[in-house]
Design a protein around this ligand. Structure first.
Ligand code: PLP
Length: 385
C-alpha cells in the first residue's frame, strides 16, 4: 500500500473505533484567512494578515492549519508558548513565528536556535534579548508589545516612554513589529476602543519606521483606522463570529459527530443520569452518546442544549457525565434502529457560538476545549472543489 493509502486505512479504523469524530475543513480556514486579508486590502494600503495559532490553532490542530495557511499565502504566525512555537517551526520552516507570552528567563537559546521571535512585554525582556543579540553577535528580530489598556502584558506607558526617549535600547535588534491588543473589540460602540487606538497611535508615532499591528478578529471589523500594517486574527479564522449579535461573515470550519451507544425505553416519572437531574414526563426513549465533559462538552450544558440526527433536534437531558451524555429520542424512532449512528453535536445546525451560548461561555472556550479523544478527520473543501 502507498503511504497515503496506509494513512486512509488507519484513519478509517480510527473513525470506526471512535466515540466522536471531529472534522476540520482546512479549506474553510484558508478561505476565512483570505476573507480577512481582503478586508485589510480594501483600505487600498498593503496590509499584511497574520494568523494566531495559539492553543493548537484554537483546538483545530496547528500542525495542519499552519502549513495550509502558509500555502494560502500567510507569512506571519503567532503562538502563546515557546513550545507551541517550536512545534509550529517543524511544519512552518520559512516564516516568522512570534511568541506572545514573551521571553522567559534563560530561554534565549531556544528562540535563537528555532528562529522564533519573542514578543517583548517589558524592558527587562528587551534588555535580555539585546544581550542575547550581543552574545550571538548578530541582529535579532524583536516585537514590542505596548499595553494600551488591557493591563495584562506589554510595556507600561512609562516603559514605552523610556524606550521612545532612548532608541539605543534597541541596539543590536531589528524591530520587526509594534503591537497592542484590544480589550472590547467585539463591542464597536464601546469608547475604550477609541481610547486604546489613540494611545497606540501616539506610541507608534514615537517609533517611526516600524510596522504596527493592533487588530484581532473583531478589531478588523472596527474599520481601517484599526488595521495599521498587520492584522492579527485568531478566532475568525476558525469560524467564530467576530460580530456578536450580527450575522457571522465567516465559514464554519469544524463539525463534531458523536455516536449513539445505546437506546433504552423508560417509564414516565423516571430519572436519567447522575443527580436525578431530569425526570421523564411520559414513557420515553433515551439515547446515550459517547461524549462527555472530559471531551469539552461542558457540565453547564445541563438541560440547556440539543444535538441533531438527520436534521432533527434531540434535547440533551440530565447531567453531562465524564464520558457520556443522554438525549431524548422519544419522537425519533429511527435512533433506535441505527446502532452506532452519529449525531451532530457541532456543525451547520449548531455552531460553536450557539453551543457557547447554551454553556454560558464563549466560542473561544468551546473551541479550545475540543477533546483529545476525538478521531480527527481533515478535509479541504477548496481542494475538492
Ligand atoms: C489571542 C490573541 C489574538 C487573536 O485574537 P482573536 O480575538 O482570537 O482574533 C491577537 N492578539 C493577541 C495578543 C492575542 O492574545
Amino acid at each position: 500500500m502507498s503511504s497515503s493509502a496506509d494513512q486512509a486505512a488507519s484513519e478509517a479504523a480510527q473513525t470506526r473505533r471512535a466515540g466522536a469524530i471531529l472534522t476540520v475543513d482546512l479549506g474553510a480556514i484558508a478561505a476565512n484567512w483570505r476573507g480577512l486579508r481582503d478586508a485589510g486590502r480594501a483600505d487600498g494600503r498593503p496590509v499584511d494578515c497574520a494568523a494566531v495559532l495559539k492553543a493548537d490553532a484554537y483546538g483545530t490542530g496547528a500542525a495542519l492549519v499552519g502549513p495550509r495557511l502558509a500555502a494560502a499565502g500567510c507569512r506571519h504566525f503567532f503562538v502563546a508558548h515557546i513550545d507551541e512555537g517550536l512545534a509550529l517551526r517543524a511544519v512552518v520552516p520559512d516564516h516568522p513565528i512570534y511568541v506572545l507570552n514573551g521571553l522567559l528567563p534563560s530561554t534565549e537559546p531556544d528562540f535563537v536556535q528555532a528562529g522564533l521571535t519573542p514578543v517583548l512585554n517589558h524592558l527587562n525582556q528587551l534588555n535580555a534579548w539585546r544581550a542575547a543579540a550581543q552574545r550571538y553577535n548578530r541582529p535579532l528580530d524583536a516585537v514590542i508589545h505596548v499595553d494600551t489598556g488591557m493591563h495584562r502584558l506589554g510595556f507600561s506607558p512609562e516603559e514605552a516612554q523610556a524606550l521612545a526617549a532612548d532608541r539605543g535600547r534597541l541596539r543590536g535588534l531589528r524591530l520587526a513589529l509594534l503591537m497592542s491588543h484590544l480589550v472590547v473589540s467585539e463591542e464597536p460602540d464601546n469608547p475604550i476602543n477609541g481610547e486604546q487606538l489613540s494611545r497606540f497611535r501616539s506610541f507608534v508615532r514615537t517609533m517611526p519606521g516600524a510596522p504596527a499591528s493592533f487588530a484581532n478578529s473583531s478589531g478588523i471589523f472596527l474599520g481601517p483606522d484599526y488595521h495599521f500594517d498587520m492584522l492579527r486574527p485568531g478566532a475568525a479564522l476558525y469560524g467564530i463570529n467576530p460580530l456578536p449579535g450580527r450575522p457571522n461573515p465567516m465559514l464554519t470550519t469544524v463539525t463534531l459527530h458523536a455516536r449513539i451507544l445505546q437506546v433504552r425505553r423508560i417509564d414516565a416519572l423516571q430519572t436519567v443520569g447522575y443527580g436525578a437531574a431530569w425526570r421523564s414526563a411520559r414513557p420515553s426513549r433515551v439515547a446515550t452518546i459517547a461524549l462527555g465533559y472530559a471531551d469539552g462538552y461542558f457540565r453547564t450544558l445541563i438541560n440547556r442544549t440539543h444535538v441533531h440526527l438527520g436534521g432533527r433536534k434531540l434535547a440533551v437531558i440530565g447531567r453531562i457525565s465524564m464520558d457520556l451524555v443522554t438525549v431524548d429520542v422519544t419522537d425519533v424512532p429511527e435512533a433506535e434502529s441505527q446502532p452506532g449512528a452519529l449525531v451532530e453535536v457541532l456543525g451547520p445546525h449548531l455552531t460553536a457560538d450557539d453551543l457557547a451560548e447554551h454553556a454560558r461561555t464563549n466560542a473561544y472556550e468551546v473551541m479550545t476545549a475540543l477533546g483529545r479523544r476525538y478521531a480527527r478527520v481533515y478535509v479541504d473543501s477548496e481542494r475538492h472543489a
